[in-house]
Every structure is written in C-alpha cells, then in structure tokens.
Design a protein around this ligand. Structure first.
Ligand SMILES: [Zn+2]
Length: 427
C-alpha cells in the first residue's frame, strides 16, 4: 500500500504486512462543539486503521486532544479547564456517533506536562532552545531542515507570533510564562507557565508510538507552522519521527475558502449528524479523495444521501454474483493512495450483496445492508392497500399509498406482496 507524502511530494510505500503501521493524527483544540471540518481527519484516520486491519496489518491510531490553548483561555476566562474537560467529552461523543469505533489512544496535552518539560530541557541542553523571562523558544536557525515540509527557504520562513524576547522572528514558543487571566499553569524550571502547542504532539506521538512511526496525519492547515515545528523538535533530538506526512484537504462551505469558527461559517459535527445522519455524512466523505478539498453544501450532502439510498437499494433486490477479480479492483483502489472515490464507484457497480456488504463494512456502512423494519401501523396500512387493490378499489389503494407516504414510507408491489422502504427525507 502507498500514500501521498507531503514531505517528499511523492507516494511512499508502507511496510509489508503485518507492519506495524503506527499513526498519529492531530486532533482538535477543545473549547466548543467541534465543527464538521474537524471530523475529516478523524474519519480518514479511522477508515485507514480499519482498512489496514482488514489487510492484515498491525495498525495503531493515536488522535490527541489539545486542552491547553489561548482559544480556551479566551472562551472561558477563569474556567478554562472546566470548559476544556466538557468540550473534550463533546468531541468524544460526537465522533463516537460516526459508528467507526474509536482511536487506540486519545491523549490530552494536560496529561503529559512532565514529559513535555523533559523534552524542552533536552532541547535546551542540545542548544536548540533558550529560556527568556519564563518563556522558552526553539532556535530555528540551528535546525538546517527547517521549512522543508512547508516548502519554504530556511532563511525566508514566515514569522511566528512576533515578540521582542525572541532571538529570531522565526523562533517559536515551547513554554509560555503564565499571564494574567490564564487560570491553568504548571511549575517548571523556568517558572510557572504552560506548554506551547507544538511540543505536545512531538511528545505524545513519541510516547505512544516510539521515536519512529509510519504515518503522521492532520488537516492541510497544520503543515505550517504546527507540523514544521513538530519535525524541528523531534529531529533536533535525533529521533526519526514520522515517515509519511498525510495532510487531508479542508472542507469548504461552497462560496467560502475554508470552514472555520473564526470566519463564522461552520456547522458542528453534532448538528451535521442530527441533520443528515451518519451514513449520509460517511458517504459524503467517501466522495472526495482525502488529499483534496471537498465542498460542503446542501447540494453535495443531498447527492451523498441519494448515493447512500442507491447502495441500500442493492439489498432490496436479488443478489447477482460479481465477476471474478472485482474485490481485487476495490483493494487496488484503496491500496493506491486510499482512493475512496474510486472505491465508491466500484461499489456502485456491484449487485453482489456479500461483496458489497464486506466493502461497506470497511467504512462503517454495513448498516446500509440492513433494511429498517416498518412500524406495525404502516405495515397495516400497506396490508389494507393490498386488499383494496385485490378488490378493485384503486381509489382507496391510492389514498392509502398517500397515507403511507405521509408517514415517511414508500410501498412497492413485488411478486409475493409488498415491500416497505424508507422514503428519502424531504429536502
Ligand atoms: Zn498536533
């Protein structure tokens, strides 16, 4: 299997089965209900782990939660820790509702403070970091490969969080001295403070996966500075860190460049699941290649809903055995850069229920094979309609069809009676 890698700008091969394939996917900063854009790296990470497991790999997924951050202090002055704890639970609940299972580990930044302090001390000891007035900064000038991931020349790297205490505008914070209004802090060799954002991921990834692991994932918006800084931190300590850097394209509400809270146009995962259902959302994510942006709109969601329904339809009809080699076509699509749109197109061509159920199961969609049973009162209406038809009262039969439709069901006449199918929801 191979995957597109941001660092080498090429497709890189994964090791042979059984691996291991150890993966770290950056998770959200928790200060509110997470928006649907945050769900994409979660869904891709979980699908990849499910697919690797189905291929016989020993696959592990770590997905962190950032529970110390300026955004959290700003959102809940004086009560940031309580908000972060509550919003972490929301994120776990909301992502669990995709029905894909959960990552192997979901560490929080606040759980690894001593390990982060130790890593920062080691960076200082090696000359890669310096302390000033209770802050600690990474010395970018000392790290030759800086800028490689984001494709910037080392001497022209974009400035990060400018402030006069830094030796160089490119340097970034590893530790930040406690400021008024920040209600969480920890004691450190540099005084009371809290870690910067980037060090948490270097530390948690290595603690749970080791100093070398196969895949690091996250949204394309994390390439710089977050992932550039993770590489700088871990490579400075001589650790190989991630082999493949996998960045997913952003979700964009149609007509906008990016979906984010700061721009005020977003839908939460909770609202999206309540509005569309998990199956439609998963089919929606399947329609786009993970490395590309994907348009999020009522139109694209309705199209995904129609696709989900056409997959359900296969299970309402007799199964037709697929030709030899069809499963291998599906495997080839996913093994070559995890091409889910191509895999979906192949699935749409199948009428073989066993094969389709097996493929859907990779993506948490085996439920599309299970027809929802109609409630007894709807079955009774359909029985009365059948009797009306048999006695030639077609007006009554039509009236009953309308009543059934009003309850959200479609009645179909089949050889041995009738079939009740959930009607597509009104838009
Ligand atoms: Zn991260």
């Amino acid at each position: 299997m191979r995957l597109s890698d941001t660092l080498t700008r090429a497709k890189r091969d994964l090791p042979d089965v059984p691996g291991p394939v150890r993966m770290y996917f950056c998770g959200p900063t928790v200060y509110d209900r997470a928006h649907i854009g945050n769900a994409r790296p979660f869904v891709i990470g979980m699908w990849l782990r499910r697919w690797l497991a189905a291929r016989g790999y020993d696959a592990t997924l770590v997905h962190n939660i950032t529970d110390i951050n300026d955004k959290i202090y700003d959102a809940a002055p004086g009560a940031s820790a309580a908000l972060a704890a509550r919003a972490s639970e929301w994120y776990l609940e909301d992502t669990r509702d995709f029905g894909l299972g959960m990552p192997d580990h979901q560490p929080k930044a606040s759980d690894v403070i001593p390990q982060m302090i130790a890593a920062i001390e080691e960076l200082i000891a090696h000359g890669y970091a310096y302390a000033v007035d209770g802050d600690v900064y990474y010395r970018v000038a000392k790290f030759d490969e800086y800028g490689r991931l984001s494709g910037q020349r080392p001497d022209q790297v974009e400035e990060q969080e400018p402030n006069p205490r830094k030796e160089d505008a490119r340097d970034f914070a590893l530790w930040k001295a406690n400021k008024p209004g920040e209600d969480t802090w920890w004691d450190s060799p540099w005084g009371r403070g809290r870690p910067g954002w980037h060090i948490e991921c270097s530390v948690m990834a290595e603690q749970l996966l080791g100093p070398a692991f196969e895949i690091h994932g996250g949204g394309l918006d994390l390439v710089f500075p977050h992932h550039e800084n993770e590489i700088a931190q871990s490579h400075a300590l001589g650790h190989p860190f991630a082999k493949v850097w996998m960045h997913n394209g952003m979700l964009r509400p149609v007509g906008h460049a990016k979906m984010s809270k700061s721009e005020g146009n977003f839908e939460t995962i909770r609202d999206a699941i309540d509005r569309w259902g998990r199956e439609t959302l998963l089919v929606f994510f399947l329609t786009g290649h993970w490395s590309k942006p994907i348009d999020y709109s009522d139109e694209t969601l309705r199209a995904a809903e129609a696709r989900a329904d056409s997959l359900r339809e296969v299970f309402r009809n007799p199964s037709e055995a697929a030709a030899e080699g069809e499963w291998n076509r599906f495997v080839a699509a996913l093994d070559d850069d995890f091409n889910t749109p191509e895999a979906l197109a192949i699935m749409h061509s199948w009428r073989d229920q066993d094969l389709l159920r097996r493929a859907l199961d990779v993506f948490g969609l085996a439920s599309l094979a299970d027809e929802e049973a109609a409630p007894p009162e709807v079955v009774e209406l359909a029985t009365r309609r059948q009797q009306a038809r048999a006695s030639g009262d077609f007006a009554e039969a039509d009236r009953l069809r309308g009543e059934i439709a009003g309850r959200g069901w479609t009645v179909r006449d089949v050889a041995d009676g009738f079939q009740l199918v959930r009607a597509p929801r009104a838009a």
